[in-house]
Design a protein around this ligand. Structure first.
Ligand code: GLC
Length: 547
């Protein structure tokens, strides 16, 4: 980087737009590109550097767009390719970069390639672009191996001619065969299609899943997350295989050909920070979500370990850390932090809520966690609605649940709809400004009564609101030379308290203990997640100080 400014993505705050639920421009109850365009001034005033947009491509929506039928076309539900181009342009005019999602692990079963594969039959070249196999057992009636879908049930579906195809997610999402040259060539072309339309990078869906063991062996024995909380790396036939990096070395070269620091962020669920760091080596991807941070409970030791390990391992390969508290796949963090039990995640990264919810506590901790996240070295992700303090909607009626997880789990797992409810912008009742006044349909998931208090309009100008806390923190982060990329130094602190300095002259203290704590020497308070009491930092609060 000799002499030139560090690339923007080393310290960027990236706002996740779950397009279905962000803003509905045409009144059909589903968010769209027109909605995003109309809310660009909001995003600018919030102070984010970029937006990541969940899949907007042509899709039958079996998994809300993660089943892509055509990667070069926008689904009519969301708009058109021309409108996407306008959005990219307008976002740039607002100083906001745009990162779409790319879904390389699988296509929709309605993709032209998969339809051709079904038609062409066993043994055809068309089938080789996917993972088709004969079944086990005398008449091939058993799946080829014991792999399971992330959404529940077997990862194999049998087609009428007797062969089985692999889908690590829903049956409508057949896995591509990344050992096939057509697949590599096609994705190179898709990346270029969007890069030449001005996107600033891509979020890579299931980046750790593309390469499967060529023999497709059965799974290793299942691990018990309670018995093995530290999750040492385990060789796995389809997750996080070393060969996946060969693909990203090619992708990095493609991104580097375009001007303006285009970047990739990997959705890679790796067992350890070392394994995660492998994705962001200098010849690989640029950044990766730090899910170990997201999966930490409200526990000072856990958080400090994750922070130290992440900074050490990512720093060793020269990559910046990223920090993330919520996304469209997990329970919103005020609802996680508001529960007694510190930590409970299943092996497949699904959070299991346990015990009653104390939302006031969860919200207090969420405010503190935000100040921690935005003070740490590197970049950060904000999931739409977290700046409003939205809780998980845990009581959606079963009749409205849409996530395939609900059906596939045999109605044992309610799935991810509770964090995907359309966000409230204004007004006293649904659709809370999500859809225009003359909308022809209700929001695709019902918004709770009582969400008026979470709306952007209700919180704007209220200094105690979550929204104004985010605005203030993001504003300070832009101005303060200590924040963003760089390092940190831990300060001595009582048990349960995290305190660190960043140069020049910045201190962050987070109190995860049950008692108020003293503050280290400082000249003034820059920002606090809640009021100090007699100069002490109360439990479950955080503060930014000027040294
Ligand atoms: C990723 C996405 C998730 C999707 C899955 C399958 O994990 O974040 O929403 O269901 O991939 O594409």
């Amino acid at each position: 980087m000799s002499g030139t400014a560090a690339p923007w993505w080393r310290s960027a705050v990236i706002y996740q737009v779950y397009i279905r639920s962000f803003a509905d421009g045409n009144g059909d109850g589903v968010g769209d590109i027109a909605g995003i365009r109309s809310r660009l001034p909001y995003l600018k005033s919030l102070g984010v550097d970029a937006i990541w947009i969940n899949p907007w491509y042509k899709s039958p929506m079996a998994d809300h767009g993660y089943d892509v039928a055509d990667f070069r076309e926008i689904d009519p539900l969301f708009g058109s390719t021309a409108e996407a181009e306008r959005l990219i342009e307008e976002a740039h005019e607002h100083g906001i970069r745009v990162i779409p999602d790319i879904v390389p692990n699988h296509t929709s079963d309605q993709h032209a390639w998969f339809r051709a594969a079904l038609e062409a039959g066993p043994g055809s070249p068309e089938r080789e672009r996917y993972i088709f196999r004969k079944g086990r057992g005398p008449d091939g009636a058993e799946p080829p191996n014991d792999w399971v879908s992330c959404f529940g049930g077997p990862a194999w579906t049998r087609v009428p001619d007797g062969e089985w195809y692999l889908h690590l997610f829903a049956p409508e999402q057949p896995d591509l065969n990344w050992q096939h040259p057509d697949v590599l060539a096609e994705f190179e072309s898709i990346l270029r299609f969007w890069l030449s339309r001005g996107v600033d990078g891509f979020r890579i869906d299931v980046a750790h899943g593309l390469v499967k063991h060529p023999d497709l062996p059965d799974l290793p024995p299942r691990r018990d997350p309670d018995a093995e909380p530290s999750r040492p790396h385990q060789d796995h036939p389809h997750w996080d295989r070393d060969e996946v990096h060969d693909i990203y070395r090619v992708w990095r070269k493609i991104a580097d050909e375009y001007p303006g620091d285009r970047c990739f962020v990997a959705e890679a669920w790796a067992d350890t920070p070392e394994r995660l760091a492998a994705y962001v080596r200098p010849d690989g991807l640029h950044t990766a979500f730090n899910f170990n941070f997201l999966m930490s409970g409200w526990d000072a030791k856990d958080l400090r370990d994750v922070i130290d390990d992440s900074l050490a391992m990512l720093g060793a390969v020269g990559a910046p850390a990223t920090w993330v508290l919520s996304n469209h796949d997990v329970m919103r963090h005020p609802s996680r932090f508001g529960r007694e039990r510190v930590r409970r995640w299943l092996a497949n990264e699904r959070y299991v809520p346990e015990g009653p919810l104390d939302l006031e506590l969860g919200t207090r901790r969420a405010r503190a966690a935000t100040l921690l996240m935005l003070a740490l070295p590197g970049g950060a992700y904000i999931y739409q609605g977290e700046e409003l303090g939205l809780p998980e909607v845990e009581d959606l009626p079963e009749s409205v649940l849409q996530d395939p997880v609900w059906e596939r789990s045999g109605h044992t797992d309610r799935g991810r709809d509770g964090c995907r409810v359309p966000i409230p912008w204004s007004g006293d009742s649904a659709p809370y400004g999500f859809s225009p006044d003359d909308a022809t349909a209700s929001p695709w998931l019902p918004q709770p009564a009582g969400w008026a208090r979470y709306s952007v309009a209700a919180q704007t100008g209220d200094p105690d609101s979550m929204l104004e806390l985010y605005r203030a923190a993001l504003g300070l982060r832009r101005e303060h030379p200590a924040l963003g990329d760089g390092g940190l130094t831990w300060l001595d602190a009582p048990e349960g308290v995290l305190a660190f300095t960043r140069s020049p002259g910045f201190v962050c203290v987070v109190n995860l203990s049950a008692e108020p704590c003293e503050l280290p020497p400082h000249s003034s308070v820059l920002l606090a997640s809640g009021p100090l009491e007699d100069g002490l930092l109360p439990a479950d609060q955080a503060v930014w100080l000027r040294q």
